[in-house]
Structures are given as C-alpha cells and as structure tokens.
Write a protein that binds this ligand. Sequence first.
Ligand code: M6R
Length: 613
Amino acid sequence: MCGIIGVVGSSDTLETLLEGLQRLEYRGYDSAGVALVRQGETWRARVATGTESVAALRIECKNAPGEFHSGIGHTRWATHGAPEAMNAHPHVDCSGNVAIIHNGIIENHGEIQEQLESRGHIFTSVTDSEVLAHLIEEFRDQGLELVEAVRQSLHTVRGAFALAAMDCTEPDVIVAARRISPLVVGTAPGVTYLASDVPAILDRATAFYAVNDDEIVRLGPEGFRAIDLEGSPVRLRQLQIDWDLETAEKGGNDDFMSKEINEQPEAIHATLLDRRRRDGSIIFDELRVSDEELRNVKRVVLVAAGTSHHAALVAKYAIERWARVSVEVDISSEYRYRDPIVEIGTLVIGVSQSGETIDTIQAAREAQRRGARVVAVSNIVDSSLAREADAVIYTRAGLEVSVASTKAFVAQVAALELLALRLAQLRTTMPPEDIDALFLGLNAVSAQVATCLERREHVRDVAKQLLGSHDFFFLGRHVGFPTAMEGALKLKELTYLHAEGYPAGELKHGPLALIEPGVVVVAVATDPAMHEKILSNLAEVKARGASVVAVATDDDEAIEAVADFVLRVPATEPMFTPMVDVVPLQLFAYYMATGLNRNVDRPRNLAKTVTVE
Ligand code: M6R
C-alpha cells in the first residue's frame, strides 16, 4: 500500500505535494519522493529513511529549483524491492523524460522487464513499478501523446495500480489511471489534483471525483477528461465531500476501526496478489527459504499474541490438513519460558501485525538461538521481527491504526493459508488440481467479505437489542474455534464486557454451569461437517436460558430453531470461513462498543503495539 499525489497548474507545486504526502503517510513511509516537471526538465528527489521519509524528503527538497507548475509525489510501503532510495518513486525511463508513480502490484513485471531489457532498456531499481516508465517511453517514442502511451501500456500489464505519469516534453499534463488501488481527482480554478484519497488534497481542491477501475484520466490546469481502456470517453462520478480533515483521514468513516473493517476485501486481495506463477506454483518473493528446506520441514511451530495468535491457530488446521506436517501454536509470551524443544527440521513462524510485539520477537529469538529457521509474517515492512527472522512473508493490509486488530487478521489468515498450500505443493500431499481449486477459492474470499460488510445494518440491529447484556460466550468448533476466540477478544477489548471464546464441545466439561438467563452465546456455525454438533451445543445452552446469536450460512434453515438472532454469511470452503465469519463478529463488537459510547480506536488500558514483556 503506497500513497500517490499529483498536481498540475499550481503556483505552489512542491508544498502541495509535500503536504499531501504527509497526509498519505498512513499508507506507507518506507521511502518518499517527488518529481517536478517543466518544459524539457524533470527534477527529482527521493529519500528512504524507514519511518520519517516525508519529513526527510522536505529537507532534501530545500534546494529545489522554483517555478514548476506540475509534479507528482509518492510515499512507499515496500512490496517489491527493499525500502531503499533506489526503489523509491518516482521512477523514470531511460531518457529521464517520463516519470511515474505507482501504488499496487504489476503481476507480470518480470516478463515485461525481460522483454524491455532485450530491447535495450536499462532498469535502475528492483521494483515491479519501473516497467511502467519504460513501457510508456516506448509508446512515446512511436509519437503517441502521453495519454495514449499510458493507455497502450495498460493493455500490457496485469495486476493492481493507481498510477500517474508525466513527461517533460508534454509538461502541463499528468495522466493517471486506476485498477483496484484507490484514486481520486480534485479540481480548483486553474489547478487539477490527483491523490490516493481525499484528505491529501482536501484543503486545496473544491470538487472531487472518483476514478473507477480501468479508467484513465488526463489532467491539465484547465481540468480533466477521462477515458476507458478502449479510449472511449467516460464521466467521473462527483463525490459529495462535506468532511473536515479529521473525518477525511478516516476515509469518511467515524473512526479508524470502521475504516479498517471496510478495507478488509482490499487487504485480502492485496495479500494474495502476485503469489502464483503461470505454472501454478505458489510464490512468496520475499521468502528467503529454499524449496528444499520447506519440503523437508518436520514440524511447524507458530508463535504469536492476541489476534495474531488466533490467525496462527487457524493456520494450524490448514497446514496439518493440506501439508500433513504437525503444527504447534504457542502464545509467544509462553514459548521462551517453557524450555521449547527445537529439533532439526523445525520451522518457527512468528506472526505479528506490527512486527514489534516484544513477546513475539523474544520467542523468535529463542527459537533461533535453539537452531530453528524462523519466518516472520509481518504487516510492517522491515519491522524488527522481519529484520531478525531468516525470512519473511508480508501481509499487505496497509497501516492499521485502531488498537483492535481487524484487517490484519484476515490478511494473516490469507497469507498463512497460502503458505499451507505452498507446503502442500512442495510436499505433494495434495493433487495439483485441488490446490488450484483452493487457490481460486481463496481469491474469492475478498468478495465474500464484501458481502458481509453490506449486511452491517442487521448486525447493528442485533447489537442494539443485546446492549444490556454483560456475559458473552463465543463458541466454535474446528476453525470456528479460533474465530470464536477472535470474536470474544474484539468484544472484550472494545466494550470492557466479559466475553470468553470456547471450543463448543468443551462447554459441557465445566463452563455450562455458568449458563443462565441473561447470558449471550454467540456461535460460529458455518462448517457443514460440524453443523449438527454445534446445533446440539446450542440446544443445550438455549435450554438453560441463554440468548443465542449464530453466525450461519445463507442456506442454513435449521439454525432458526436454536438461534434468537442469525448473522448470515455467504458459504465458503470451511478452511476459509474464519476470514468471512469474523466480519459480523467484528461488526457486532463495534456496534456494541459504539452503543456503550466506548472509544473504539483507543480502548482503555491498551496500546496498539505492546513493546514491554
Ligand atoms: O502486532 P501484533 O500482531 O504482534 O499484536 C499482537 C496483539 O497485541 C494484538 O493482536 C492485540 O491482541 C490486538 N489489540 C487485538 O485486537
């Protein structure tokens, strides 16, 4: 996830870009850069400091020459290529005339780069994005206008993008385009803007327009015109923006938590993008563990805390089922104090959104000290955990601000299940066609999550009716169990109410004694193989007076007999259900918390990243 901004026709170009980049820093801050363009000249500055890149860029730009009326800027969240200045955007073509910025992933960059290099192009970065500058250069060399050159280039690339391109031989024009990654255009008299989102240009533009997938926009000082990939004119929808800056930073949502819940389809999609070669093999570019090592893994140990621990529990089911390797999951604060056994062939996976949770870092260090290979699953590029581990898989959920983790969880499950499929591929524990089918199914989860989000009003309604309750049990079986644990964690940290996640079958071994009228039981009941058993468990609690809320699939009629409230979700492959089923549970916790006037972004006593033991 990166942030992009552009302006054409401004008397204040550099400041507009730097200010906008500051507001886009939540999208990434590994590196930042700007390119200012005037007739025959492109001036470029790029820095990579890891955390404060935009501030460093401002210093770097102190001596920028004046009188540039157009320019583009970028703040980066590294995916392809290390967070170094050479990989910072804007990238330029061989002539230095064309400058581009890009948010997203060009999936087929490898093959395009090979072809471009065979035609003499010289690349100066290790990014997927640079191919765009060289592709546009080739079409410019054929005499095409910039907008046409961009349009033709987009027919070659696959993947996701919000991009902007400039050429100093056509200086008062920026061409922007979008597929999947967000992009808006803004206008003011004599000036036109583009940005990844509205806050970056909120106090400069007076009208805002949404760019849709596969639309290309030519921006000039006088305004803009938009076309589709075939070159036909399209109209951009004007956005009604009556936000102040603070609301705008939350994307128009009341708080970061609801923004992040809404971003889950994109988080899953981005995490899965560019992970499979044409021959069907699953790849993790950044994972520096050889196929041989993965093939010979004897045991997997996952260490994690909180929500990341729940994602790790889901991964246990997937890795054991698909790759037939035995898996242990440890709470990271427990791992290093129990004298863990690390045998040859043990792969330890540290799962952490921040990559800075001290318990997980210490657990990973302990595992390394005992000779294990350690893989980090981190949402933050170059986090401490990612740096110290032998290898890393990045989730691409984008910056998570709210203390309660939401989009990081679904991205972690997606990444870990993908790793499970990779292990199955290497160990030939499943037929290739089954792996292909699961990969396709995993890619469909993003849309299923979007469907759950559309049903938020019903969840709000259920939460409203249960607002006076004080005791909650969340039940599930199989992967429904970690999902239930996650639902309970969300509710307790956001509302400060008592909530416990339990394996449904374990209830009768003790906790059933606590069930009485007034207690709410929330059950994850979406797995067909577990369905009858869950229904029996629910009948048991209902008979003792509990109110029952069930997360159930659209086609489940039997659930009505035991549930007082049903939160419907689309059916999916059982192993993928945690990513789908967690959504109504997050929304339930959110609406319970807002109903109780809790601060959902900053619950009491908690911190986003726990750096003390
Ligand atoms: O950054 P991490 O994933 O390592 O953080 C782990 C936990 O501190 C975190 O998931 C915490 O439980 C959240 N507040 C849950 O919403």
